[in-house]
Design a protein around this ligand. Structure first.
Ligand SMILES: [Cu+2]
Length: 211
């Protein structure tokens, strides 16, 4: 049927029209002081937006949220920093041949249920954090095993590239708060206004050490 593809194309909105309804927030993250620590990396930062309207817009199905995995490989949590949206089911998997232990600690005041459970080799279990939070994950058996789960309000987040550059695309127009998180620093938060079809440039500098 030759006609079917033509019909399908005709029903799709023009890409230009769709893109002009949203804007982009982009920039670089920098560090006022660079701690000497193996856990320091720009790629471990998370840049995210909060504000009215974003949570609803974020309900659009997002392929990246279909499966969120935290693995344990060679005595390391992979990924070591995991940003995710509140209510997403997370899968914990032990890819090592030795027993690990998943012990979570809420760093915020939100009422997510924390847990502490052993994880035998090759086993899998799931957990869901319903509220935005910053959660420290540790293995009590191997003290070097540390990870962070950043539970966010919506899908408008990104982790920077190695050079610190970031871009959050497809953002509905509006006034929001842009926040930068890194485990070694205090959060930095600045207001941004997103305009249709435009890129807002916003560089962020991490200043003081996190606690
Ligand atoms: Cu372990």
């Amino acid at each position: 049927m030759a006609a079917a593809p033509l019909l399908w194309l005709a029903e799709r909105p023009a890409p230009d029209a769709a893109e002009s309804l949203t804007g982009i927030v982009a920039g670089h993250i920098t560090f006022a002081s660079v701690p000497v620590d193996e856990f320091f990396a720009p790629t471990d930062a998370v840049i995210y937006l909060t504000g009215e309207g974003l949570e609803a817009a974020s309900q659009v199905p997002d392929p990246s949220s279909a499966s969120v995995l935290m693995d344990q490989i060679d005595y390391t949590f992979v990924p070591r920093v995991l940003p995710t949206v509140a209510g997403t089911e997370l899968t914990f998997h032990n890819g090592d041949s030795e027993l690990h232990n998943i012990h979570t600690y809420a760093k915020g005041r939100r009422a997510n249920r924390m847990f502490n459970r052993g994880q035998p080799p090759a086993s899998t279990f799931t957990a869901t954090f319903a509220r935005p939070d910053s959660i420290l994950v540790q293995c009590d058996i191997h003290s070097q095993m540390i990870a962070h789960i950043l539970v966010l309000e919506n899908h408008y987040f990104v982790m920077p590239d190695e050079d610190g550059s970031y871009a959050i695309a497809g953002v509905p127009p509006g006034r929001y708060q842009l926040t930068a998180w890194h485990e070694m620093f205090d959060r930095v938060s600045v207001p941004v206004e997103v305009v249709s079809g435009e890129t807002v440039s916003m560089d962020v500098t991490f200043v003081s050490s996190g606690g």
